[in-house]
Design a protein around this ligand. Structure first.
Ligand SMILES: [Zn+2]
Length: 335
């Protein structure tokens, strides 16, 4: 990989560049943005606001500037993917069109999937103690320092074809990680850009899909995620360039590994429930010992989300039942 003054920018295919952008924290690691040069200059994912100087230098290295960017495609509404979009649009003198799937609009335009009070209600049902519910406010403050909300100019939907750089890409809706996660597929070249739907170095998570008008999620993220994995398996791309980590050549193997890990996780949850009935938060603490010590707000959200989405599947399959007690939901094995 070509490295200049700490900038990592590599041509991964003719006129397609991978730019590695910094992201605080260990997981999921630096963000890969992809710059398609040529006819319609397109940036796929932007990194957070901290990525702006790195993008600036990478563009300069290629003899370009922010004003050359025609389109910004956001694979999904998480701050490491859209955080710098608004700042880039400003630097492009307002000419860059921002595109994403409509379902992630609340995340990209407002920074939140649902109003905070809705998330707090959900936390209460999950049995999360009060002090951590408050910590959510800090989490939002951190997010605000890393990302600006950004208006989306054009929606991208499943099956749509779009020109990026000199290539034709098909939009594939791959919900699961978020409601509006999309992958970009260059069919002729056999290259897939899945955002966070598929990662090589860690198992992606199907985050809980909260509702504005209902306390419990109606959609089962984990099941939607499985369907989206099936979709990718079916098209069987030659190479996958995820939004974090290294490219994947054998996507079938990676998908099989994910399925195995999800089954293992479900089995761990079932074995915890053999000992009694617990809230989502209690199961999360047993499953992820790392949240016991530090109890970082993001880690707590991720643990609650992961446990809950697995419980949704297990409950649908009839393996367990839930009951309401003292303001929280308790899960137990069905007899
Ligand atoms: Zn990400």
């Amino acid at each position: 990989m070509k490295t200049h003054a700490g900038i990592q920018c590599q041509e991964i295919y003719s006129r397609i560049y991978r730019i590695i952008l910094p992201l605080p924290g260990e997981k999921p690691g630096p963000v890969n943005a992809f710059l398609f040069t040529g006819r319609i200059v397109t940036l796929v994912d932007t990194g957070t606001l901290k990525a702006i100087p790195v993008l600036d230098r990478a563009l300069k290295e290629l003899g370009m500037a922010f004003s050359d960017i025609n389109q910004i495609i956001i694979t999904h509404g998480h701050i490491d993917h859209y955080g710098a979009a608004r700042a880039i649009v400003k630097r492009s003198c307002g000419t860059a069109t921002v595109m994403a799937n409509e379902e992630d609009l609340p995340l990209i335009e407002h920074g939140l999937e649902v109003p905070r009070r809705q998330l707090i209600k959900f936390y209460r049902l999950m049995g999360v103690p009060w002090r951590f519910q408050v910590s959510l406010i800090f989490l939002q403050a951190i997010f605000k320092s890393l990302a600006e909300n950004c208006p989306v100019n054009r929606f991208l939907s499943d099956g749509e074809k779009i020109t990026i750089g000199d290539y034709e890409a098909t939009i594939i809706a791959t919900p699961g990680h978020t409601r509006g996660s999309i992958s970009l597929y260059l069919e002729k070249e056999g290259i897939l850009f899945p955002g966070d739907h598929i990662l090589g170095h860690i198992t992606p998570n199907a985050l809980v899909m909260l509702e504005t008008d209902f306390v419990l999620p109606r959609r089962i993220s984990q099941i939607e995620y499985y369907y989206s994995l099936d979709k990718v398996e079916k098209i069987s791309p030659r190479t996958v360039y995820p939004a974090h980590g290294e490219p994947i050549d054998d996507v079938g193997k990676t998908i099989a590994l994910f399925r195995e890990q999800f089954l293992q996780r479900q089995n761990s949850i079932l074995s915890i429930l053999h000992a009694g009935e617990y809230t989502v938060y209690q199961i999360g603490r047993m499953l992820f010992p790392e949240i016991r010590g530090k109890r970082l707000p993001l880690e707590i959200f991720l643990a609650v989300s992961e446990v809950y989405t697995h419980l949704q599947v297990l409950e649908k399959e009839g393996a367990l039942v839930s009951s309401f007690n003292n303001g929280a939901i308790y899960y137990m094995l069905s007899s």
